[in-house]
Write a protein that binds this ligand. Structure first.
Ligand code: CA
Length: 511
């Protein structure tokens, strides 16, 4: 009897060891609107992000990672389901996510992973496929945010937590790792930050940063949109005309002023601060606001001032993310988890940091289309490596399922990046499909679809039947529309064929 017990125990121990080896933990850090130009692992970054570099240095940096639809809720749904927007139904921010569809967390949960989701969810329906979730209410608030929590299917409970959103999301994430999970089983942990989403409110620990920094202006800050589709000039996302002084730039209204647009609800964001937070906030902005008001800037000078203030706060939010990613990495290292935990760092799409005079995203232009994507898989990915392959947010779900040893549903349209992570040669897509749907809607960006290859891009604003084509290797700012340029007729034809083929491959309904 003793002998049988011993053999059974031995099998159990070996089984556990095999399981530990085969099924690594996964921490997926998703941030909101993080531009490539604000990650120091990438060329031309405006700031240093040393903790994000820790992930990149320990793993792989993707240099041509793109989204399928550059807007928040749709991108989150693409990530969860591994399907394009026309398949998963979340085509714009007004859509509700149908939680009956398969997602990678649900499938990993069914396969025995403990699953937790903490932070920004923003999909209108509650999370499914998680043992534990603690999510921000809708878009969430930067100060004293409301979190809604459910454990093992319990009735969700709302509570307001004092503090700053990025810090709190990290606190809750570390608390789950430390106190809530079963330490004998592998886990999938989603840590989703609200920052650096508009209104770019920095945290108390970053307010002092960049006070005297002048950030370089993008070459296209004063783009006149000549030669491109009319959609480029009819949008409403310019720093000059569509960025609000109170809501977006922390300049309170003068007494008796009439508030317009988003400025009407700016006070609500400020009122969530504690007295100490409010004092620090006022000390940061008051003096500069006074001199700004006295200077009475107009035209280009006003746009320049707005750009600097925008960058100051946006990049402070990023520094808050970087500091908090550092805290999470420290926890993993100090608790013997780093060696068996895959870390994925990704943004739900890119963001315009003044290119073409814009903020926001939506357009299939490089600053919003491309995302930072860093993945470390200890003992598997080569440290400090990088890939130029055309991966997409669509590919994350199949990748994590393959890593977890779970069968990838046929419905998923992405491709597993596991061979790339292992450094193996693998056939990969030479063109990607993009489709933006939210029109009419916030920022008035026309619907468009398109194809991007390693060098070229073709965009069709199909409701107004206008086209653009760019060679972003020779024209990285995407200023010269090559569509119908006879010298590029062959390339145009090739891109058109690729677009048609991708629409057939992904079963896109005709527009
Ligand atoms: Ca976003």
């Amino acid at each position: 009897m003793k002998k049988v017990c011993f053999i059974v125990s031995l099998i159990f121990v070996l089984g556990c060891q095999t399981q530990k080896f085969e099924r690594p933990n996964v921490v997926f850090i998703l941030v909101d609107d993080h531009a490539l130009k604000a990650v120091s692992s990438y060329e031309g970054s405006l700031i240093e992000t040393p903790n994000l570099e820790r992930i990149a240095n320990n793993g792989i940096r993707f240099d041509a990672a793109c989204v399928t639809n550059a807007i928040c809720a749709p991108s989150r749904t693409v990530i969860l389901t591994g399907t394009h927007s026309h398949i998963n139904g979340v085509v714009d921010n007004g859509s509700r996510f149908d939680p009956s569809q398969p997602t990678f967390p649900l499938l990993m949960q069914e396969a025995g992973y403990q699953t937790a989701m903490i932070g920004k969810w923003h999909l209108k329906s509650n999370p499914v496929g998680f043992d534990y979730w603690d999510i921000l209410n809708g878009q969430g608030q930067y100060y004293s945010p409301v979190f809604m929590k459910s454990v093992n299917g319990s009735e969700p409970v709302n509570r307001t937590i004092d503090g700053y959103c990025t810090d709190l999301t990290t606190d809750l994430t570390i608390d789950w790792l430390d106190q809530e999970r079963n330490k004998e089983e592998p886990f999938l942990l989603l840590c989703h930050h609200k920052a650096p989403h508009r209104t770019w409110m920095p945290g108390p620990n970053q307010l002092e940063l960049f006070k005297d920094t002048q950030f370089p202006e993008p070459e296209t800050l004063f783009d006149d949109f000549r030669g491109r589709a009319s959609a480029v000039s009819t949008q409403e996302m310019t720093i000059s005309d569509h960025m609000y002084l109170w809501h977006d730039l922390m300049v309170p209204p003068q007494e008796g002023a009439t508030l317009e647009g988003p400025d009407k609800w700016a006070q609500g964001n400020i009122d969530r601060m504690s007295e100490t937070q409010r004092t620090a906030w006022d000390e940061t902005f008051d003096a500069d606001n006074d001199s700004f008001i006295k200077s009475d800037l107009k035209g280009a000078e006003l746009t320049r001032w707005k750009y600097q203030r925008y960058m100051q706060n946006y990049l402070r939010c990023i520094k808050g993310i970087d500091d908090n990613v550092g805290r999470l990495l420290d926890y993993l290292e100090e608790n013997d988890l780093a060696d068996n935990t895959i870390i994925v760092y990704m943004s739900d799409q890119g963001f315009f940091l003044g290119e073409h005079g814009w903020y926001d995203k939506r357009f299939m232009y490089e600053p919003s289309l491309r995302i930072p994507l860093l993945i470390s898989w200890p003992d598997v990915t080569d440290k400090g490596s990088h890939s130029d392959l055309l991966v997409q947010n669509l590919d994350l779900a199949p990748t994590l399922l393959e890593i977890a040893g779970v069968e990838i549903p046929k419905r998923m349209q992405g491709q597993s990046m596991v061979p790339i992570l292992k450094g193996d040669a693998t056939p990969w897509r030479d063109a990607m499909y993009y489709h933006y749907y939210e029109y009419p809607g916030a920022h008035s960006v026309q619907k468009h679809e398109g194809v991007r290859t390693e060098r070229y891009k073709l965009i069709h604003y199909y409701e107004i039947d206008e086209w653009e084509m760019f060679d972003f290797k020779s024209d990285p700012n995407e200023m010269i529309n090559l569509y119908d340029n006879p010298a590029y007729a062959g390339i145009q034809n090739e891109l058109n064929q690729k677009l048609k083929a991708l629409k057939v491959q992904y079963e896109v309904p005709s527009s």
